[in-house]
Design a protein around this ligand. Sequence first.
Ligand code: TA6
Length: 277
Amino acid sequence: MRKYKVNYKNNWFEIVDFGATVISCNIQGDSILFLSNKALLDESKPIRGGIPIVFPVFGNSNNNKIPKHGFARQVKWNFVEKYENENNSGIIFELNSDEYTKKIWDYDFKLRYEVTINENSLKNILHVYNNDNKIIDFDVLFHTYYNIHNIENTNIHNIPVFYYNQLTKNISINTEENMIINKEVDQIYEKNTNIINIKSETKNYNISCNNNKYDKVSYVFWNPWIYKSKTLTDFDDNEYKKMLCIEPGIIKNTSLNEKNVSLLPNCHFYFSQKISK
Ligand code: TA6
């Protein structure tokens, strides 16, 4: 795989063409994204860390033809351009439907992915173009892995009350105003206020997202904790203490009454994520 580094003053991020995955990011001297020591960077599987792109399905597809969390995170994207401006620097990749994608997901589409960095933030924006003559339904999500100094001292603010628990397959209630991670977590929240804040002794990030179609978005929170970590071959047993996934997206979840994106022929949809310090 080919790696690109994009600099803006002293800030930078690295991205590889495999999955167009951002694998590291440094803003104001702080390493924001978690990348497992055991992450495989040989194209044999999606990268365990950074910002894998989930598209066109979150989880498993109905017919199991599409790989888990979609193919976008495990195919090579085309590099388009890299630029440096006065106010930001960025890079653009594209992915077009081809013989492989059409075999497992029979649509004509184009994805354009732009990642930019400036003084205090990293922004990713994924554009989806429906080039087919039928409606395309899809999930889209950024499976962002954050570097957390110590998960036990981490607080997440602005969390809604109800969530779908992927572990018990039930709707559950969050009684705390802020979320503290002290066990395995795999939860889906639906939010219309987009800002989430993660605070710990040493970290303080604001996460927000945007799109051109829907008021509500989903946020998935994931930490594999002790037992699940041991089952992941590309993740160190103790790394759960230093990471947390916060994954904004538009995904189908019938329990929460969430629908995924439905895009008419010749139409365009975008979804963006901004991580600021
Ligand atoms: O986003 C949460 C989740 O779907 C979890 O259920 C967990 O399995 C995680 O993603 C990682 O999935 P992966 O296929 O990358 O191992």
